[in-house]
Design a protein around this ligand. Structure first.
Ligand code: NAD
Length: 230
């Protein structure tokens, strides 16, 4: 049965109230990437980096999944084949909307990781600059987030899914952050039909485009797919 692989980005969570990368006035606009989202930044100023992610964790805890998250969960339930959701987002809105098995390639805000021993645990709402690791006691707890310059998670699984997909959709992602930006080419080379669902075209070379707000376009796309199957 046909397998659908979906890549989501910050745009799918925008209407839930989480700012995208480039939103004016958003959290990201107030900080430079080099100051808050690299391993070097954490080594230089752990208080600033933990403070940035603490603020994002607080914000993420206050928002609700939207119609786009819910529509993808419905697609997972009702599509006769496999539906794999890969997200660049570090929020948990896909899960809150009912999705399962979501692959978080850039990590997750609710997770903590020990930079010294690699132990993982659930992040407290506020992480301290010298957050102790519950396994080895080193003051090396950091958000379990993939920073710029680090290797995204689950890449082997993701490429296996891309090369066996019949349909590949990229939703709410600018296509500027690699390796996710190259997924469309991987899926296309394997023969998948590719579709971009975004506010604006990104120039990724997709077979099809659906432009507009995710809360409108994603439910429409899901309805279309499910209708075609009945
Ligand atoms: P991005 O900000 O670069 O791009 C967002 C895209 O979504 C843009 O193309 C924009 O046109 C589109 N968009 C904005 N509002 C939309 C809406 N309502 N409906 C449909 N599309 C909409 O984000 P990205 O591509 O995900 O990549 C940048 C990085 O930022 C990622 O690594 C990601 O981890 C990180 N990020 C994550 C979150 C989150 O977890 N919610 C938020 C901001 C940034």
């Amino acid at each position: 049965m046909e397998k659908i692989v979906i890549l989501t980005g910050a745009g799918i969570s925008a209407e839930s109230g989480l700012s995208t990368f480039r939103d004016e006035g958003g959290l990201w606009a107030q900080h430079r990437i080099e100051d808050v989202a690299t391993p070097e930044a954490f080594a230089r100023n752990p208080a600033l980096v933990q403070g940035f992610y603490n603020a994002r964790r607080v914000q993420a805890a206050q928002v609700q999944p939207n119609a786009a998250h819910q529509a993808l969960a419905q697609l997972q339930r009702d599509w006769p084949g496999e539906v794999v959701i890969v997200t660049q987002n570090v929020d948990s809105l896909h899960e809150a909307g009912g999705a399962s098995g979501v692959i978080h390639m850039h990590g997750i805000l609710s997770g903590a990781l020990c930079a010294a021993c690699g132990h993982r645990w659930t992040a407290p709402p506020e992480m301290a600059p010298d957050e102790p690791c519950p396994a080895c006691n080193a003051p090396s707890g950091r958000p379990d987030i993939v920073w710029f310059g680090e290797m995204p998670y689950h890449m082997e699984d993701i490429f296996d899914h891309l090369t066996t997909a019949s349909i590949f959709a990229a939703i709410g992602t600018s296509g500027e952050v690699y390796p996710a930006a190259a997924f469309v080419h991987e899926a296309q080379a394997a023969g998948a039909h590719t579709i971009e669902i975004n506010l604006e075209p990104t120039g990724g070379g997709f077979d099809e485009r659906l432009l507009g707000k995710a809360t409108e376009t994603v439910p429409r796309w899901v309805d279309r797919l499910l209708m075609a199957k009945t």
